[in-house]
Design a protein around this ligand. Structure first.
Ligand SMILES: C[S@@+](CC[C@H](N)C(=O)[O-])C[C@H]1O[C@@H](n2cnc3c(N)ncnc32)[C@H](O)[C@@H]1O
Length: 289
């Protein structure tokens, strides 16, 4: 349901300091956590995810390691609160494997235009803001800004205008409706390329709904205080905006982190062939001084 990305590389960076206590900030289905527990028989993992149903699957996948992990349904931006609840001040490593899992993309929760579903896109289904609200209630200028910034969408204004025009007639309810509307804004020659014209719009709305960039910024800042000396911070990102945040974070904290990746580590051709979803992954890692 989800093939863990850069699994070997990320866990090598994380475990390279011979520590014991690690936090998997994006537990998902538990793929990375499983490898941490397999590779280091003394390791204990605190797993965090904001998606209740992913957590249920992770528990199932990690059954054999019962007693060596705890799981929290939380936003990783609250990792300090999770650590306090766990009674822990410092850990030996944090792992972030950002974005959505294949399990979420394939669900009927509106993450993908390939599956017709209500516009939702919430990782945490207790949250109030949904894709439906963004699409049907945000002012045109705000929509355009989101598409431009988070989707790097050149036709942001035109798409925002088309959305606002359409919703005056009736609300835009489903992924299919939105994808078709976005596609109709593109000139016919660009409608049938390798990448669907709605890809960037969907990415942008998902980032907005889940406040992905803000959460990443504040979570990274919080790791500084909670890492033991030689503690590792490993981040796998999937688009340029996330990667920029990670790169700038390490730059800003150069006195506190030794950079272990001068250039980001990317998946091998072999991995991309086996798992095309890995193709845009970039891994950066640092060690707390
Ligand atoms: C790419 S998946 C992780 C997959 C996991 N490494 C595995 O191998 O199974 C990303 C996960 O991070 C979760 N996530 C994303 N942003 C989050 C946040 N701010 N707080 C907590 N979990 C988050 C998503 O719900 C998703 O399950």
């Amino acid at each position: 349901m989800h093939i863990p990305v850069l699994l070997v590389e990320s866990t090598e960076f994380l475990l390279g300091n011979g520590g014991r206590l690690y936090v998997d900030c994006t537990l998902g289905l538990g793929g990375h956590t499983k490898r941490i527990l397999e590779k280091n028989s003394r390791a204990y993992v605190i797993g965090i995810d904001r998606d209740e149903s992913a957590i249920e699957l992770a528990k199932e996948n990690l059954k054999e390691f019962e007693g060596r992990f705890s799981i929290y349904k939380a936003n990783f931006k609250d990792l300090d609160i999770v650590l306090r609840e766990e009674g822990v001040e410092k850990v030996d490593g944090f792992l972030f494997d950002l974005g959505v899992s294949m399990y979420q993309l394939k669900s009927e929760r509106g993450f993908s235009f390939q599956i017709d579903a209500p516009l939702d896109m919430r990782m945490d289904r207790e949250q109030k803001l949904t894709a439906y609200k963004v699409v049907n209630e945000y002012p045109e200028r705000e929509l355009a800004r989101i598409l431009w910034e988070y989707g790097e969408e050149k036709l942001s204004r035109k798409i925002a205008r088309a959305i606002v025009q359409r919703r005056k007639e009736k609300p835009i309810e489903t992924t299919k409706e939105l994808a078709q509307l976005v596609a109709s804004v593109f000139p016919p020659r660009l409608r049938h390329g390798r990448i669907h014209p709605a890809t960037r719009t969907f990415q942008a709305i998902r980032i907005e709904v889940n406040k992905e960039l803000e959460n990443l910024e504040s979570a990274l800042e919080k790791t500084v205080k909670h890492l033991n000396p030689k503690g590792r911070l490993v981040v796998i990102s999937f688009h340029s905006l996330e990667d920029r945040i990670v790169k700038n974070f390490f730059r800003r904290h150069a006195e506190k982190f030794l950079l272990l990746t001068k250039k980001p580590v990317t998946p091998s051709e072999e991995e991309i062939r086996m798992n095309p979803a890995a193709r845009s992954a970039k891994l950066r890692a640092g060690e707390r001084r």
